[in-house]
Design a protein around this ligand. Sequence first.
Ligand SMILES: NC(=O)c1ccc[n+]([C@@H]2O[C@H](COP(=O)([O-])OP(=O)(O)OC[C@H]3O[C@@H](n4cnc5c(N)ncnc54)[C@H](O)[C@@H]3O)[C@@H](O)[C@H]2O)c1
Length: 277
Amino acid sequence: MDSPSFQKLFDLSGTPAVVTGGAGVLCAPMCRALAAAGAKVAVLDVDAGAAESLAAEIRATEAQAIGIACDVLDKTSLESAAQIVLAKFGRVDVLINGAGGNKPAATTNPEQTFFDLPAEALRWVFDLNLMGTILPSQVFGKLMARQKSGVILNISSMNAFRPLTRIPAYSAAKAGVSNFTQWLAVYMAQEYSPEIRVNAIAPGFFLTGQNRYLLTDKETGDLTPRGQSIIGHTPLKRFGIPDDLLGTLLWLVSPASAFVTGIVVPVDGGFSAFSGV
Ligand SMILES: NC(=O)c1ccc[n+]([C@@H]2O[C@H](COP(=O)([O-])OP(=O)(O)OC[C@H]3O[C@@H](n4cnc5c(N)ncnc54)[C@H](O)[C@@H]3O)[C@@H](O)[C@H]2O)c1
């Protein structure tokens, strides 16, 4: 490969990219990285203020970005977001399905066994993680099917490989996200175009809003036994930081991964490779 072709491997110049949950802890750095690599970024988030303030921050770097209020569980909201992105950027080449999460009401603890978990909390977690990935893939994937090219990147989890204790709905929903990633990769390539690729990142353990209550003591900030156990099972001996995801992100959304589809890449400090012995 000659030098100019080599430089184009990770080039996203002028590429319109949509990021759901784009204002969140892991996805905001992704939005900044996409913009720094030349992409035009649409930050979609249910938190309209956070989406717009991130977009404004990115625009201040001379890159193109828009913030759009959007609920990934509402098809009408997704369709109107798609119209805004099309009007502004003309097409959509990249979709990152970043919206997701767990909540305490769907988590077992000494006071709340599996048998007591409220159906509505379980359903909330299923919907946000699984339907919140499927519905945007329908809306933005349809545009990719029409233009016969595009990249979708889902966010799975360590729970998809083997479930962690305490979070049954989140584990099952993320297993669903990994399974759906494979399904959609095959469907898009076979039915529409081999230029449409679908992959996922499975982040290891990142200390963020949704898991801080499980990993650190809220009074002292010390690691809980669960937090200690995670570090003990992570050969690289630390939690991840959001920037750890960026290299894999840029690889999977750029021409550098042109022959890669239907995979789930762990970015986990070795957690999923370690048997514990
Ligand atoms: N934090 C971790 O350690 C970790 C590990 C593995 C996977 N993940 C996954 O990474 C993704 C991002 O997680 P995070 O830790 O950055 O979470 P976060 O809570 O910081 O970000 C999630 C974002 O999604 C938005 N959002 C929530 N509901 C929405 C909806 N219905 N429609 C649109 N936007 C919505 C929130 O406003 C928020 O900005 C999630 O899928 C999460 O499950 C996180």
